[in-house]
Design a protein around this ligand. Structure first.
Ligand code: ATP
Ligand code: MG
Ligand code: MG
Length: 377
């Protein structure tokens, strides 16, 4: 069987690696020029897109910002999984908010800004702290502006003045005073069955995921059930097939959806070493209509993103249960270069291993990881 992935980054690479043992071949598409690439070597393959689309069993996407025309071509072929509506909903915060509201799913209070002249009024109406998000093409906190005091207004006006709000409106959200961020990654099959991994707890820095711990500690059964209900409501509404992630804010006993990702997700990378079946294999299974794999957690796991640096020793893999996943990309500031999964039998053991791991990593990693070590003990 063959799968074509829109996008040729690390998620396509990891889908390839997980699909190979099932006898499934994965090829990647650079959506900027429609070239077909090998997902690991990134070598250009002598295939055109039309041929590749005709040749494969399933077309999927590793990111939501795929040109609409490419989604349409794949949808018309009957091979796109998840469907175009799901991918477009994940790509556009206006559509995403409409979906959440129509399902009655709590999310951060918001208003949509379609005219520059509305900016100040909208910010005033939402409160003292507001986060402005471009409705399209944002990720890792790009395309976002934070209003935390009146001093920020001028800078935000300058940044937004150059945007075309007719085509890309802004979603202004009230800043949520959350206790923590968690995410639920799960799968839905063609016949409408859903199954989820354990919920991960996520630590962000400057809008970018740095560390996930799974399963999230101290999570009540009631909140777990609530998150699963949200996952089921969203995926049923979209008639979704494949793996989807829901990013959530926990505020006391309630959950607000931050956003959804219609794909495999960074906060699900821990499943590669901590769960019975990883999210990449599960996505391939769901899209190809194979039976899903078991999704239980085998080990408590910490996932640490390596961001914008390569200056550490590979010897960190000498720590038992420490697994390096390297993407082979050129180093750039804020770029995700790879991640490390550390698995353990208990949170206490995990904290000891994280302490060991710190000795291998450059200093900017220390504050994040040492915070986790303290919390897990
Ligand atoms: P991703 O890489 O996850 O797709 P993104 O660029 O789409 O990121 P969001 O997930 O919307 O951005 O926001 C990034 C981070 O900013 C969140 O994980 C959270 O830490 C913070 N954030 C976003 N919206 C809010 C909000 N309404 N209140 C408080 N914090 C927020
Ligand atoms: Mg996002
Ligand atoms: Mg996010």
């Amino acid at each position: 069987m063959k799968v074509l992935v829109y996008g040729a980054g690390q998620l396509a690479q990891m889908m390839y690696l997980a699909a190979a043992p099932l006898g499934v071949d994965v090829k990647a598409v650079d959506v900027s020029n429609r070239e077909i690439l090998h997902p690991v070597s990134k070598q250009k393959l002598e295939l055109n897109l039309d041929y590749a689309l005709a040749d494969v069993d399933v077309v999927t996407a590793e990111f939501e910002h795929v040109p609409e025309e490419l989604l349409s071509i794949a949808e018309e072929s009957g091979k796109l999984s998840p469907n175009a509506r799901s991918i477009l909903t994940g790509a556009d915060r206006v559509r995403e908010k409409a979906l959440l509201d129509s399902c009655g799913i709590p999310n951060a209070e918001y208003r949509i800004i379609r005219r520059f002249t509305e900016l100040e009024d909208v910010i005033q109406s939402l409160g003292e702290r507001v986060i402005l998000k471009a409705s399209r093409d944002g990720y890792d906190g790009y395309g976002q502006w934070r209003y935390q005091s009146p001093d920020d207004m001028e800078g935000i006006k300058t940044a937004l003045a150059s945007l075309d709000l007719d085509t890309v409106p802004i979603v202004a959200e009230k800043m949520v005073n959350f206790d923590r961020e968690i995410s639920l990654v799960g799968a839905r099959t063609k016949d409408g069955k859903t199954a989820c991994f354990d919920i991960a707890e996520n630590l962000h820095h400057k809008g970018q995921l740095h560390v996930s711990i799974a399963p999230a500690t101290h999570l009540s059964d009631a909140l777990k059930a609530k998150a699963q209900e949200i996952f089921t409501a969203i995926t049923n509404a979209l008639d979704y097939v494949g793996v989807l992630a829901v990013e959530l804010f926990q505020v006391g006993d309630s959950l607000l959806v931050n956003e959804i990702a219609p794909r495999v997700h960074n906060s699900g990378h821990w499943t590669q070493n901590g769960a019975e079946t990883c999210q990449f294999e599960q996505h391939i299974r769901a899209c190809l209509n194979f039976p899903l794999g078991a999704m239980h957690t085998n080990k408590v796991t910490a996932m640490i993103n390596i961001i914008g640096c390569t200056s550490f020793s590979r010897d960190l893999i000498s720590i038992p249960g420490c697994h390096l996943h390297w993407y082979g990309k050129e180093v750039r500031e804020k770029r995700k270069m790879g991640h490390i999964n550390v698995t353990a039998e208990s949170y206490h053991e995990l904290s000891n291993k994280l302490e060991q791991l710190m000795t291998y990593l450059p200093e900017p990693y220390f504050p994040k990881i040492s915070g986790e070590i303290g919390r897990l003990r």
